[in-house]
Design a protein around this ligand. Structure first.
Ligand SMILES: [Zn+2]
Length: 276
């Protein structure tokens, strides 16, 4: 990849819209080219400043319903509008009177809607700050890139071993947390090894399991207090992602196996680690 290509793809890279292979090519170029790397960092800082400075809130469904209901009620009260406003008229005085009433209604309608929106923004600002909707998308892209990179760059494991008593101490020594490891070869998911990775701005554990001829990367790191506990699946760029959390850890399984395999992997992993 040259500088021109890198610059062209920069926005897509920053927005997490590129495929893992292109991502990897850009990352390689950024490592080798200080000029592009500087442009990338400046751009990223700018996006970060906008993201942090301009709050983004999704209106809760109840609020949306309330606005729509108010608008419907108001519209029902409104007299029938003179739709033939542009047609030539030979009775200007009559036309003028039909137009003044509805435009007054329109303004009160807008004021009402604006009032509700302002109230919503004030209310939402007092709600506890949680992860923004875009964060999970950005993380998903990072997870897929990391999974793909581990396969492409022949860097699947730092500690290749099917023995959890070898993998666990190795990871525990390198991380400030101790992830649980399950032995699942009898369940059809042989442990292949462990790896250190860097995601969501922190070092994380990556456990690598096999599934027939495919690989599953299971990324683990300590869960934040506000983590969503309900499992969540995502399908992107031909990869399946399955996210869940327990009281201690965040888990993200990434693979190109089908989602049923991934669900069964999660159940078996949980069944075994919760006993410890
Ligand atoms: Zn360059």
């Amino acid at each position: 990849m040259n500088c021109e290509e890198a610059k062209k793809l920069m926005d897509g890279y920053l927005d997490g819209e590129l495929d893992p292979i292109t991502n990897q090519k850009i990352e390689q170029h950024l490592r080798e080219c200080p000029e592009c790397d500087q442009a990338y960092k400046a751009h990223r800082a700018f996006i970060g400043a906008v993201r942090n400075g301009a709050p983004y809130y999704e209106a809760p469904p109840k609020l949306r319903e309330r606005i729509q209901l108010s608008l419907r009620e108001q519209t029902a009260k409104e007299p029938v509008r003179n739709v033939a406003g542009d047609a030539p008229s030979f009775a200007p005085s009559a036309r003028q009177t039909t137009q003044t009433a509805p435009s007054g209604t329109k303004w009160s309608l807008l004021a009402l809607a604006a009032g509700i929106i302002v109230a919503a923004i004030v209310a939402l600002n007092f709600m506890p700050q949680s992860r923004r909707p875009g964060d999970d998308q950005f993380l998903a892209t990072q997870l897929i890139a990391s999974h793909a990179r581990s396969l492409l760059a022949n860097h699947l494991t730092d500690v290749p071993s099917s023995d959890q008593h070898t993998v666990k101490p190795w990871l525990d020594a390198k991380l400030d947390f101790a992830p649980a490891i399950a032995e699942l070869s009898s369940e059809g998911f042989p442990l292949i090894g462990g790896r250190l990775d860097y995601l969501d701005n922190r070092p994380v554990a990556a456990l690598v399991y096999g599934r027939r001829k495919h690989f599953i990367n299971l990324f683990i790191w300590p869960a934040a207090a506000d983590v969503k506990r309900t499992p969540e699946t995502m399908s992107r760029q031909g990869y399946q992602l399955l996210h869940w959390a327990d009281s201690d850890f965040n888990y993200w399984a990434v693979s190109d196996v089908n989602i049923n395999d991934l669900q069964s992997f999660k159940q078996k992993f949980e069944a075994q680690t919760s006993r410890h």
